[in-house]
Ligand binder design. Structure first.
Ligand code: TMP
Length: 234
């Protein structure tokens, strides 16, 4: 596989073309941003942690019947993936109240929810990724009814598989964000699953073991990313 020119640079990853038009190389960076890019920093070796962790989780999800873009890890920071057209949606699942949900609805972080929540944000930095509902998505033509139903079904499946997996590693899956893409007309899981995109709390102490340590200046950021990877690999 030959790496060709850079196609795109995002906040956390770079994407390169390859000699195969259907495959891309993703390269994970140590750059960290929060609050739509207003807070900027670096987390040493975050790129390594997120790359390896994402690939382990995507492997588990594929075994559970959720198709993903993962083809092959190439190095600590680089992975070969299927080229997809990303749906401009952040698909968020919440098991426990936290973050913007707690703020928006005035409920304490850690409050149990009577129902698992699926919410969508419209991926649009200029608009600040606004909350969007199923009707809005259809009205704007961001996905078809069939695609939306598939995305919802996969998102809940991802939640069930990940909740169980993280519990075996002493971590509670509070909430997470995933993204899907279209490949040969089918919906597949893309982007990443990492401490950047999940809230993970230690089962015993409720210690935050995710990007909230960076967002909220809680300290031990690098150590925590490394500890999460160690637990995932255990
Ligand atoms: P929120 O509570 O800030 O809406 O975040 C919900 C989940 O989504 C949390 O696990 C962090 C993740 N997330 C991202 O992956 N990217 C983002 O840009 C934001 C705002 C949240």
């Amino acid at each position: 596989m030959e790496k060709r020119e850079q196609l795109y640079e995002g906040k956390a990853k770079k994407v390169f073309r390859t000699d195969d038009p259907e495959l891309l190389i993703v390269s994970y960076k140590d750059d960290a941003t929060a609050f739509n890019g207003q807070k900027k920093g670096q987390i040493a070796d975050k790129g390594v942690v997120n790359n390896i962790m994402s690939n382990i989780i995507f492997g588990i999800l594929a075994d559970a019947g959720v198709p993903t873009h993962l083809v092959k890890q190439l190095s600590d920071r680089e992975t070969l993936v299927k080229k997809v057209t990303i749906l401009p949606l952040e698909v968020i699942i919440r098991n426990v109240a936290a973050g913007s949900f707690s703020k928006r609805y005035g409920v304490d972080e850690g409050s149990l929810l009577a129902k698992t929540v699926l919410e969508f944000s419209y991926k649009n930095d200029e608009l600040g990724d606004p909350l969007i509902n199923d009707d809005h998505i259809l009205a704007l033509g961001l996905a078809t009814e069939r695609q939306l139903a598939q995305v919802r079904a996969y998102a809940f499946k991802v939640n069930e598989v990940m909740k169980e997996f993280f519990l075996t590693r002493g971590l509670k899956l509070i909430d997470f964000k995933i993204e899907f893409g279209l490949c040969d007309g089918e919906i597949i899981l893309a982007d990443e699953i990492s401490p950047d995109t999940c809230r993970l709390w230690d089962v015993k102490t409720n210690e935050k073991m995710d990007k909230d340590r960076f967002r909220r200046d809680l300290g031990n950021v690098e150590e925590t990313y490394r500890a999460v990877l160690d637990r995932v690999r255990a």
